[in-house]
Design a protein around this ligand. Structure first.
Ligand code: GLC
Length: 568
């Protein structure tokens, strides 16, 4: 017997980067009222939850992932009343607001850290991870932080080092201290009392600290990647079970942990009946360019489509009978998926629709990142100075230190910068694409064709295609509840899979290349074509067994759905 699915399994989650979504004040940065103003738009994509990246008070060294108060709203985003109104207006439309919990670290401006750093005996002395210097005065270990340089920073006042897995302005909280854990649970419960619909839990794999010892240096800076030393340390699940019992249990919410590097064989300890979260973001399919190595941008390698298929099939299989999978090809830390997964020069509409087809027909909850639904693309600015993201600067420096030219270092920033996904959302054909009446904090990507205004008027646009897929995912049960099987095609440039639920089935076929590709027409014999990514006037030419360049099609056994698309 199939278990019936929950609301967050049958709808889409839409991720918003609030700073870049919609500015209602002319300040140049987006705000909460901007999100409230677009809830009706989100409804047309079948969205059941909006995950917002952090909107708490923050010095914004890492755009809000450095939090200075866990239970307030940063004034640049609005007020607590705006937040309450957003939650209420969303609820009226059947949308829940999901908060980002950044609990591995706080800002160095959080009152907890300001107190902790004063001396070794204050009441918050043990709230962060402090250690003495080595006898020679150097850092306690040779770990490299994720944003570059040592993971330890010396504090003059306290005469000790503190640990930061990310930037020095993001000191790690000491989860070994029960008072810290309780304070974090209280903050999450504060938001549950406000009526939020769930949590995305940031960088959670780092909260349990291992023994502090040096690792084998992995590069000529003498340091070792902290991820190799600190992630998924034994005992982490004890903390997470306690977290679940104190916060998540008994609420009709969902939780999704950002858990880079949890191996597939451990997944059932993290999600599903005995797990701690409902879903887990793991990045094996996003990191195909790094082929299992550390994510150093200038080390990106060409990758075969088989690597992507293998990673997706592995996660689909790992959650087939237990747990649930969040499907995503973009977020605020990743390049735009059409640039990430399709070859240079690919037709932009077809590329975006191909990725949409996979996203919306795999088994799991599709996470649509703002702008993905209109086919937004990467930017390529002329100099590193144009970039805001601190990790882009770090990766650029790293490439230069490894002997790459400035042009090559900039090229890897163009490919992977987190700013690619952070340029303002493109609403209209007007100035700054209708994002702001002021000066946008980050330039708007230049192609004005890809705006909500343009695409809403065009039945063949990327946006219309997403809306159509959303409607079908709501109507064809097999697309949500059905099992997944990868279909092997002779032509490896096609990604093909079947979903089945009893007698109902769908088959998805996507050609990732600029060449015509063929597959066995028997795979879809007797089925109806549900969608085709080619423009309407070219669809009659589609024939089973052949995919045109970058073409995506979905076939189904369900008869009723081959209806023309209606604008909602
Ligand atoms: C996560 C976030 C990223 C942030 C980091 C530190 O990976 O997604 O944006 O910089 O954690 O909080």
């Amino acid at each position: 017997m199939k278990k019936s699915l929950k609301w967050w399994q049958t709808s889409q989650v839409y991720q918003i980067y609030p700073k870049s979504f919609l500015d209602t004040t002319g300040s140049g940065t987006g705000d909460l009222n901007g999100i409230t103003a677009r809830l009706d738009y989100l409804k047309t994509l079948g969205v059941g939850a909006v995950w917002m990246t952090p909107v708490y008070p923050s010095p914004m060294v890492d755009n809000g992932y450095d939090i200075a108060d866990y239970t307030a709203i940063d004034p640049s985003y609005g007020t607590m009343e705006d937040m309450e109104r957003l939650i209420a207006e969303a609820k009226k439309r059947g949308i829940r607001i999901v908060m980002d919990l950044v609990y591995n670290h706080s800002s160095d401006q959080h009152p907890w850290f300001l107190a902790s750093k004063k001396d070794r005996t204050n009441p918050k002395a043990d709230w962060y991870v402090w250690r003495d210097a080595k006898p020679d005065g150097s850092a306690p270990t040779n770990w490299r932080s994720i944003f570059g340089g040592s993971a330890w920073t010396w504090c003059e006042e306290r005469q000790q080092y503190y640990l930061h897995t990310f930037a020095p302005q993001q000191p790690d909280l000491n989860w070994a201290n029960p008072d810290v854990r309780q304070a974090l649970y209280d903050a999450a419960n504060f938001w549950l009392d406000k009526g939020v619909g769930g949590f995305r839990i940031d960088a959670i794999v780092y909260i349990k600290k291992p023994e502090f010892k040096d690792g084998q240096p992995d590069s000529n800076d003498g340091l070792v990647d902290i991820h190799a030393m600190e992630a998924n340390t034994t005992g982490i699940l004890d903390y997470l079970h306690e977290f679940k019992e104190n916060v998540f249990d008994g609420h009709d919410i969902f939780t999704v942990g950002e858990a880079n590097g949890v191996p597939a064989e451990d997944l059932d300890k993290w999600v599903g009946d005995n797990g701690v979260f409902d879903m887990l973001f793991e990045f094996s399919h996003m990191d195909v360019q790094f082929l299992g190595g550390a994510e150093v941008w200038c080390h990106a390698k060409p990758w075969p489509l088989t690597a992507l298929k293998k990673a997706l099939t592995a996660s689909q299989t790992a959650t087939a009978n237990n747990g649930w999978y969040p499907i995503f090809f973009e977020n605020h830390d990743q390049p735009r998926c059409i640039n990430h997964f399709l070859p240079e020069g690919a037709d932009r509409d077809l590329a975006a629709k191909g990725m949409a087809t996979v996203l919306m027909t795999l088994r799991g909850t599709p996470f649509i990142y703002e702008g993905q639904e209109i086919g937004m693309a990467n930017v390529a600015w002329g100099s590193i100075e144009c970039y805001n993201d601190l990790s882009s600067h770090n990766q650029y420096r790293r490439a230069l230190a490894e002997g790459h030219t400035e042009a090559a270092a900039l090229h890897s920033v163009h490919r992977f910068s987190r700013d690619n996904a952070r340029t303002p959302m493109q609403w209209t054909r007007g100035t700054h694409s209708g994002f702001t009446t002021g000066l946008p904090w980050l330039p708007v990507e230049h192609d004005r064709t890809y705006t909500v205004e343009n695409e809403a008027e065009n039945a063949d646009s990327v946006l219309s295609y997403y809306r159509r897929l959303a409607k079908q995912r709501a109507e064809i049960e097999c697309l949500t509840a059905g099992d997944y099987t990868e279909l092997l095609t002779a032509d490896e440039s096609i990604y093909a899979f079947r979903r089945t639920l009893g007698a109902e089935a769908t088959v998805t076929l996507v050609n990732f290349t600029a060449e015509t590709a063929s597959y066995d027409a028997d795979l879809v014999r007797g089925m109806n074509r549900l969608v085709d990514s080619y423009p309407t006037d070219a669809q009659a030419d589609e024939e089973p067994g052949i995919l045109r360049p970058f073409e995506a099609v979905v076939y189904t056994t369900v008869a009723t759905l081959a209806q023309p698309f209606q604008e909602q």
